[in-house]
Design a protein around this ligand. Structure first.
Ligand SMILES: [Cu+2]
Ligand SMILES: [Zn+2]
Length: 197
């Protein structure tokens, strides 16, 4: 009995520890990853994911903001053209929707609400991502674009946000799940069937 209580306590401590992820954000250019401009805190709430930016040095106004599929903010080179944070890949799209849409829509799952930057270049207004869970974020990248996002592929593809100006890699959970826990079993099952989604 004592052991059960101890295990329950450990479990609740562990789940508190992973209920929130701090993602360090950096400016990105065709030279690579630049200056750090703050953090975005990703947390699980009863209504889905909340993203709380604490950022500076961004251009004022609305900025396109997405979860991209790969956990890298490095440049990518294609046909001699260098793309800032190109290594982050495309918008996270586990269901292969193949279309850009609204955060509450049926397009890319990584399509997030636009990020509001105030006239002093800081961004602190929290955003909701109702379709995502924390598991979606691990090992991927948050990307901020030069332009706004109209949640459509028209008239321009991917919301019209254009170049990637800031990026942050979402760190993997700090520790492996405890042996014998439900989480460990789930992780193992996931690894055994990598093409589930
Ligand atoms: Cu993007
Ligand atoms: Zn998209």
């Amino acid at each position: 009995m004592k052991k059960t209580i101890a295990t329950l306590l450990l479990c609740s401590v562990a789940s508190t520890a992973v209920a929130e992820i701090m993602v360090p954000m950096h400016l990105v250019t065709d030279q690579g990853v630049g200056e750090k401009i703050g953090f975005i805190t990703v947390s699980q709430t009863t209504h889905g994911i909340q993203l709380k930016p604490d950022l500076r040095e961004l251009p004022p106004g609305m900025r396109g903001f997405h979860l991209h599929e790969k956990g890298s903010c490095d440049t990518a080179k294609k046909d001699g053209k260098v793309t800032p944070a190109g290594a982050a890949g495309g918008h996270y799209d586990p269901h292969k929707s193949g279309k850009h849409g609204a955060p509450w829509g049926d397009g890319h799952k990584g399509d997030l609400p636009g990020l509001y930057v105030n006239t002093s270049g800081t961004s602190t207004q929290p955003l909701a991502a109702p379709r995502l869970t924390l598991e979606d974020f691990y090992g991927r990248a948050l990307v901020i674009h030069a332009g706004d996002d109209n949640y459509s592929d028209y008239p321009e593809p991917l919301g019209g946000g254009g170049a990637r100006i800031a990026c942050g890699v979402v760190p993997e959970p700090a520790s492996e799940p405890a042996p014998g826990s439900d989480k460990e079993a789930a992780t193992k099952a996931e690894k055994a069937q990598p093409d589930m989604e």
